[in-house]
Design a protein around this ligand. Structure first.
Ligand SMILES: [Zn+2]
Length: 149
């Protein structure tokens, strides 16, 4: 863990969902957007949490099973959102990469509480071509067709 790692808090708009996360969110933090049907409509600003068991704490509600979730397609991903205010807060799941199952966990970084010294504008943005499932292409410097900044 980097020396810049701090504990940040965040949540949905109405406060029903609250979390804390230990991350290095200094300038040049790697963040991504994706042009898949879900990322596009939520305009999610994804920041990966590599070790959610130790880095991510759900503060409210107390059980993950109490946070509404949405799944679609292969249902490999769980998109958690607030059923009161509608904000998408975090997502997790797994995918297969070169024959191996990889687990992923990300926060929607725009749900971080303001005034914690995080400058979202300084994030180093990358863009995925999830619409075409073209993960091999890697992150581009601008959105793939169908995506948005
Ligand atoms: Zn809410």
């Amino acid at each position: 863990m980097s020396s810049q790692t701090k504990t940040y808090t965040g949540g949905c708009h109405c406060g029903a969902i609250r979390y804390s996360v230990d991350l290095d969110l200094s300038p040049e933090t790697n963040a991504s957007k994706c042009n898949c049907s879900m990322c596009l409509k939520t305009n999610r600003l994804s920041v990966q949490v590599p070790h959610p068991d130790s880095q991510f704490k759900l503060l409210s509600p107390t059980a993950l099973s109490s946070v509404p979730e949405y799944q679609f397609g292969s249902k490999a991903q769980h998109y958690h959102f607030c059923d009161k205010c509608g904000i998408h807060v975090f997502a997790y799941g797994s995918y297969v990469w070169e024959g191996q199952e990889v687990k992923n966990w990300s926060i929607n970084a725009v749900t971080l509480d303001p005034d914690q010294g995080v400058d979202l504008r300084a994030f180093k943005m990358g863009y995925w071509d999830g619409k075409e499932g073209n993960w091999e292409a890697g992150m581009g410097e601008k959105p793939y067709p169908g995506g948005s900044y």
